[in-house]
Design a protein around this ligand. Structure first.
Ligand SMILES: Nc1nc2c(ncn2[C@@H]2O[C@H](COP(=O)(O)OP(=O)(O)OP(=O)(O)O)[C@@H](O)[C@H]2O)c(=O)[nH]1
Length: 421
């Protein structure tokens, strides 16, 4: 029994401890910011998906609403195309909103991040298209839209710096290519000349913004990953402590040889049951059980066989504790105690007799015994607890009865009532 406990402890604690070590080393090696090993990364991603629903979704929805609100520009600068431009803007925003709500709840959930990158890029493309469509010099206004687009990318993708950087770089390079390939204005008015002179500075300014945004999102992602690891560590430590606490409690109340309760637990229970029976005015019974001629058994069969004999007897005795308040404990050496709340002396004596016969019925060979098998003697006592007394008197009487059973030839039950003590 004890070795199976050791095995169970190791089966439970080893995986917990190896996870704790792995997470601690990630933090110590400052690796919490990068990608985790596969299984941990998968659970981080599902944690991120939950966060997506609680925080990111609101940010992205707000971004798309701002995108729609910027539609006033379509009416201010779009001229004859204003209605068409605004309609397309609203259509894009609505489709993206639906996609962003649906994808994380669908089987495509693991691709939510990619969907988000594509969504931001589609918004960006629509602004590029506006620049292309709207007549100059009004079309220049839409160039300014790139800054909110970059902010949108930073906010929406802030906790994944790779996605944030890739999306921002794709937008910046596409914009640069667009500016280079776009045919110049037909007429070089002062406004047009100024706009063309500003373009390289605008791109440079944006590039600096991308670097700063990438650094910021790297810091945010590292922080989120580190917090995730720390929370996981705390949860694992809590599991470990809870298990150790339970085991400690079990070890402090269990006898390591037989697996039944130990003396300390028996005395705690006795004291509690004594008080309970005192309140309810019910009788409390105690059985002191001692293995007969056990020294001779050890001498004959060896100590290990003696241990095994004690285990078999303990298991048989435990079968006699059928009700929740009943306790069967090893009291010390080859001596055991059984506590039976709400049991009269007669009922306890009857049960003790049955117990005595069952143990002899185990047929454990004992050459040194007149019965040729291992037997026990039992002393029984019972009383209705009285205020001012304690359970020790009850145990003492059961012990005296046991002494009588031994003196009377062993393998038998003797009883002691309160009045006979
Ligand atoms: N194998 C084993 N023996 C134990 C253990 N605890 C106590 N004993 C032995 O139990 C024996 C008790 O012997 P005694 O107290 O002389 O009593 P007895 O031989 O049983 O004789 P009676 O009680 O008079 O019937 C001693 O030899 C102890 O060494 C244990 O955990 N394992």
């Amino acid at each position: 029994m004890p070795s199976s406990n050791v095995q169970r402890d190791s089966d439970t604690l080893r995986p917990l401890e190896s996870q704790i070590n792995m997470l601690t080393s990630l933090i110590e090696r400052k690796k919490a910011g990068g990608r985790f090993p596969a299984a941990l990364e998968a659970s981080y991603q599902s944690f991120r998906l939950r966060q997506f629903f609680s925080v990111d979704l609101r940010v992205i929805m707000s971004g798309l609403l701002v995108f729609v609100v910027f539609g006033w520009a379509d009416f201010s600068f779009g001229g004859a195309q204003s209605v068409m431009l605004f309609s397309i803007r609203v259509l894009i925003a609505v489709l993206l909103m639906l996609a962003i709500i649906w994808i994380p709840r669908s089987r495509f959930a693991p691709y939510s991040l990619y969907a988000l990158v594509v969504g931001v890029y589609i918004c960006f493309l629509s602004v590029l298209w506006n620049i292309y469509i709207v007549d100059l010099p009004w079309g220049y206004f839409y160039h300014l839209g790139m800054i909110p687009m970059q902010v949108f990318a930073l906010l929406g993708l802030r906790s994944n710096y790779r996605a944030m950087f890739s999306c921002s770089l794709a937008m910046l390079l596409s914009y640069t290519a667009f500016i280079v390939l776009l045919p110049g204005p037909a007429e070089l008015t002062e406004v047009n000349r100024l706009a063309m002179a500003m373009a390289p500075y605008y791109i440079l300014f944006w590039a600096i913004l991308v670097i700063m945004a990438s650094y910021l999102s790297y810091t945010i992602e590292s922080g989120t990953r580190t917090d995730f690891i720390k929370n996981r560590l705390l949860a694992l430590e809590a599991d470990r402590l809870q298990y150790l606490g339970r085991r400690l409690q079990q070890l402090s109340t269990t006898d390591s040889l037989t697996g039944i309760a130990n003396r300390r637990h028996a005395e705690t229970q006795l004291s509690e049951e004594w008080r309970r029976c005192l309140r309810s005015n019910e009788p409390l019974a105690a059985l002191m059980v001692d293995v007969d001629l056990f020294k001779a058994y050890n001498d004959q069969y060896g100590h290990q066989q003696g241990d095994s004999c004690l285990r078999s007897i303990a298991q048989k005795m435990a079968e006699f504790c059928r009700r929740p308040g009943d306790v069967c404990a090893r009291y010390g050496g080859e001596e055991f105690v059984i506590v039976l709340p709400e049991t009269t002396l007669n009922q306890a004596e009857e049960l003790a007799q049955e117990l005595c016969e069952s143990i002899a019925g185990l047929n454990i060979p004992h050459a040194g015994s007149p019965h040729s098998v291992a037997t026990v003697s039992v002393g029984v006592a019972a009383e209705i607890p009285r205020a001012g007394d304690n359970y020790e008197g009850l145990l003492k009487r059961a012990d005296m009865a046991l002494y009588q059973a031994k003196g009377n030839g062993r393998n038998q039950v003797k009883r002691q009532s309160v009045t006979s003590s």
